[in-house]
Design a protein around this ligand. Structure first.
Ligand code: 5GP
Length: 205
């Protein structure tokens, strides 16, 4: 794959939908994918590392970067800024990799406007009850946080129509398979194949 043929895969989901597991499985199974590390102003959780999970920066720094136009998209989520730095896409393109973004609905909308060829995927839990069970099973959130996440999920789900694909996460293995299939199918699109087709055609001349 030549630079410039990079596809952005935009993945969004309400929390508790199983998105993190699916995305990490996708990254493990499919070669030439780069995970986009976002910038955020929220505080790191105990297990998170700066530069790996996020780049953790101050509000002031974030706002200066917005003013300088450094972000491909950015949004305020739960009172904190989150944004995708342009360099993530540049780096993926230079490596000949595709870029996988785990971003919210506002960011997905901005990115689709900026990069219409981007492929967007919305992950859904099969029902409210299953989502609630999954949030409780994680047992890392207080009751108030669980209720807020459920409430937020109801709002976020209404945006499914903005996405190219919707994945109902009933069972991890099947969902991973679908996610991998979406990436593979995108890579087989004719416009993505041009560079590979030409030398093949040449052998028939
Ligand atoms: P968390 O704080 O739980 O890591 O993420 C909260 C939300 O922010 C998630 O829905 C996640 O997808 C979203 N998010 C993470 N990075 C970005 C980003 O760079 N841009 C946007 N728009 N949303 C992001």
């Amino acid at each position: 794959m030549k630079p410039g043929m990079t596809t952005v895969f935009i993945i969004s989901a309400p929390s508790g939908s199983g998105k993190s597991t699916l995305v990490s499985e996708l990254m493990r199974l499919v070669p030439r994918l780069r995970f986009s590390v976002s910038y955020t102003t929220r505080y790191p959780r105990a297990c998170e590392r700066d530069g790996e999970d996020y780049f953790f920066i101050s509000r002031e720094d974030f706002e200066e970067r917005i003013a300088r136009g450094e972000f491909l998209e950015h949004a305020e989520v739960f009172g904190n800024y989150y944004g995708t730095h342009i360099s993530e896409l540049d780096r993926a393109a230079a490596e000949g990799y595709d870029l996988v973004l785990d971003i919210d609905v506002q960011g997905a909308r901005q990115l689709k406007e900026r990069i219409p060829a981007g492929v967007s995927i919305f992950i859904l839990a099969p029902s409210r009850q299953v989502l609630e069970e999954r949030l409780r099973a994680r047992s890392q959130d207080s009751e108030a946080v669980i209720l807020r996440r459920l409430h937020d999920a109801a709002g976020e789900i209404g945006n499914y129509h903005l996405y190219d694909y919707v994945l109902v996460n009933r069972e991890v293995a099947a969902s991973v398979e679908t996610l991998v299939a979406i990436v593979k199918a995108t890579r087989s699109r004719r416009d993505r194949m041009e560079n590979e087709i030409r030398p093949i055609l040449d052998t028939f001349l």
